[in-house]
Design a protein around this ligand. Structure first.
Ligand code: CU
Length: 263
């Protein structure tokens, strides 16, 4: 059979197109890491989320090196946590589950886009190279306020990121002539040791203590405050650890007025 040259050319061209289409669709389906939700990430009983090891206290955890884990709970109509902060140049694995109905966890401008099904844990690992800000939204219709369901993902420069938490316990009042203690608790959420300095400023006095907090642990720093250095009345205090600050007021009361603070 004799096929005309032009007809042959068109036949070949249409074959090339068909192969091209199939290749494009195949790449689109498997290339960018698209997968169905399965039980890879495990399952979790939605009624027991609050007691769950990972989802009871959702948020960012340091795994080691530049690896982090982020646990997120979706519910009508919000995400917990609603603001997520991770450092640039990191590898982040998200674990997302739902407390109630089916939602989605979609980070606009990235290929993070997963359905979030109650009972199932959606897991995905993403690398963030540069600092940036992304919006998180739900694109699975989940009820009347579906459109308000949103969150934020901030990728911050590495040197601005830390998982340190500071809390301070200090008395409201101390009698003149007595000593008192201000306790700063420094929590280190990273796996590496944290070497830092805790500073207490009160009544023009500055107390400094160096502290080393082991990875994934916390350490108490105690400042002994002597009222011999403080006049009667209210004294604002500030405890600082790196970029973290807590403040309050300590009243030094006259020991003869029963210590009710209105010296
Ligand atoms: Cu939703």
């Amino acid at each position: 059979m004799n096929i005309h040259t032009y007809e042959k050319a068109w036949l070949i061209a249409s074959m090339v197109l068909i192969v091209g289409f199939i290749a494009t669709i195949t790449y689109g389906a498997v290339g960018p890491g698209i997968a169905m939700i399965d039980d890879d990430g495990g399952s979790v009983d939605p009624s027991e989320i609050n007691d769950h090891e990972r989802f009871g206290d959702p948020g960012v955890t340091h795994v080691g090196g530049n690896e982090y884990e982020v646990a997120v709970v979706a519910q009508a109509w919000s995400y917990t946590p609603s603001e997520i902060e991770v450092p640039a140049d990191s590898e982040v694995t998200f674990y997302v589950t739902s407390r109630d109905v089916t939602h989605s966890f979609t980070v606009a401008g990235t290929n993070i886009n997963t359905m979030v099904v109650p009972g199932e844990v959606s897991e995905m690992t993403v690398e963030f190279d540069e600092p940036d800000e992304y919006g998180i939204l739900c694109n699975e219709y989940c009820g009347e306020s579906h459109h308000t369901m949103e969150g934020k993902l901030n990728v911050v420069p590495e040197d601005e990121f830390d998982l340190t938490e500071l809390s301070v316990e200090a008395p409201d009042e101390v009698e003149a002539g007595n000593e008192t203690t201000v306790t700063a608790t420094v929590e280190n959420g990273m796996q590496d040791d944290l070497e830092t300095t805790a500073t207490l400023e009160i009544g023009g006095e500055t107390y400094e203590e160096d502290v080393t907090v082991p990875g994934d642990d916390s350490e108490d720093v105690e400042f002994a405050v002597d009222t011999a250095d403080l006049e009667e009345g209210d004294h604002d205090w500030t405890v600082t650890v790196d970029d973290h600050e807590e403040s309050g007021t300590l009243t030094v009361s006259n020991s003869t007025d029963g210590g009710d603070g209105d010296a």
